[in-house]
Design a protein around this ligand. Structure first.
Ligand code: FAD
Ligand code: UDP
Length: 400
């Protein structure tokens, strides 16, 4: 259980910290400047402040904290996620314990249906998916395994997102559930993407219809933004939203820089642009209590322009006479959301990483800063690990 905080909180409007500007900003010395108020930046700021008594300025160019996990009450009064559905899941007790200092939880197991051949079927593909799609009555795991084995097309050297699926379930199921969705989501054929992308979605022979298999599956009870507010509510932490790093880098007096934005942007695209995939979100409020049976319905068909529709009340448990939903339209233009896992991009990232290693005074962190297709819990883990390294180094220096 967390301890309640009595301080004022840096809210999503940014107004509560606006006092610290102009002269004040210039006259102050911070131990750290952290760029980005998402999971990476906020967890590290909290640790450095509360764990090591450092002073930190956190800036984010968006008008709010929380990064891509930001949630808020829309005009209909429904709690929605501005950047698409964020479901917390992890196998790490340590990460749950850490975040539990800032939030209580609501148990929630994510379930997703895919619209295929006019039916809504469980994805990840399980025995029910196969029975409903093919009008079968398989009752055991063995039957489902045999069925899949009869369709699988073994691939010797599994490299791509096409290989990994075809090897497991064969071309027909691949085309129905994976090919179109992936081509829309990434603007690339699965054969051009690393296997780790589609390997995120398993295939099951039982009837487990949960999207994730993790030990811990739960949502912050009052939402992500509330959790971030408590994390950043420390006398040593100042937060400036609506503030780009470029605007203040010469105005602020700081010791170390931690950058959680895109690493190629930091280096002015010296080696060329690192590709990130974007999305356009279309949010809608409806004059009805429910829209769809589960939180997320996927649309793998290529003639449907969006990939999925999310209905937040399933995630949050909010009871309300209206409901709000979000369509996701993948796009090449816009905010960077997804690093694109494929060999040439990994090579380009390595060049930036090498440059980063040779650049003193700055450390890169997070999904954009380290160009890793990380879930939220992985970013929390990465930030806690960096904190441990910083603290360890300080300790060693102190002993010398
Ligand atoms: P971000 O949240 O992107 O934060 C980086 C911040 O840096 C941003 O707010 C940005 O504005 C700021 N910034 C960048 N450059 C600058 C600059 N120059 N100056 C000032 N500020 C700057 N993970 C899950 O675990 N479960 C899910 O269900 C899930 N669903 C997702 C759905 C979508 C559509 C997306 C895109 C991601 C999803 N994720 C999910 C992943 C999750 O969003 C990330 O793991 C996490 O938010 C990464 O945190 P971060 O701090 O690294 O980056
Ligand atoms: N995927 C798919 N069909 C689906 C669900 C996922 O082809 O119905 C593929 C697609 O390439 C997607 C990847 O699996 O980008 C990972 O899916 P996940 O739901 O983990 O994506 P995220 O939530 O990160 O966008």
């Amino acid at each position: 259980t967390r301890s309640p905080n009595s301080h004022r909180t840096p809210g999503s409007s940014g107004t509560s910290v606006s006092a610290l500007q102009g002269e004040d900003l210039r006259n102050h010395r911070f131990d750290y400047l952290i760029v980005g108020a998402g999971f990476a930046g906020s967890v590290l700021a909290e640790r450095l402040a509360a764990g090591s008594n450092k002073t930190i300025l956190v800036v984010d160019r968006r008008p709010h904290i929380g990064g891509n996990a930001f949630d808020y009450y829309d005009d209909a009064g429904v709690l929605i996620h501005r950047y698409g559905p964020h479901i917390f899941h992890t196998n790490s007790q340590r990460i749950v314990d850490y975040l539990s200092r800032f939030t209580d939880w609501r148990p929630y197991e994510h379930r997703v249906l895919a619209q295929v051949d006019g039916q809504l079927l469980p994805i990840p593909i399980n025995r029910d998916t196969l029975n409903n799609l093919y009008g079968l009555n398989m009752a055991t795991e063995q039957e489902a395994a045999d069925f899949l084995a009869s369709r699988a097309e073994p691939v010797d050297d599994i490299q791509t997102s096409e290989d990994v699926v075809i090897n497991q379930i064969g071309r027909e199921l691949y085309e129905k559930f994976f090919r179109g969705y992936t081509r829309k989501q990434w603007g690339l054929d699965p054969s051009q993407l690393d296997k780790m992308v589609t390997a995120r979605v398993p295939t099951r022979t039982n009837t487990d219809d949960r999207y994730f298999g993790d030990t811990f599956q739960q949502m912050p009870r009052e939402g992500y933004t509330k959790m971030f507010e408590r994390m950043l509510d420390h006398p040593n932490i100042k937060v400036l939203t609506d503030t780009d790093y470029r605007e203040i880098r010469n105005e602020v007096n700081f010791g170390e820089l931690v950058f959680t934005g895109p690493i190629d942007e930091y280096f002015d695209y010296r080696f060329g642009k690192l590709p990130y995939r974007s999305l356009q979100f279309k949010h809608e409020s409806l004059e009805q209590e429910h829209f769809q049976p589960v939180a997320v319905v996927n649309y793998p068909a290529e003639d449907v322009p969006y990939t999925r529709i999310s209905e937040y009340k399933h995630l949050t448990g909010q009871v309300h006479s209206r409901t709000s939903i979000t369509y996701e339209y993948p796009s090449a233009e816009g905010d960077p959301y997804y690093p694109i896992p494929r060999p040439e991009n990994a090579e380009l990232y390595k060049r930036y990483q090498k440059l980063a290693d040779e650049t003193p005074g700055v450390t890169f962190l997070g999904r954009l800063g380290t160009y890793k297709y990380y879930n939220m819990d992985q970013v929390v883990g990465q930030a806690l690990a960096l904190y441990k390294r910083i603290e360890g180094a300080a300790h060693t220096q102190g002993e010398r």
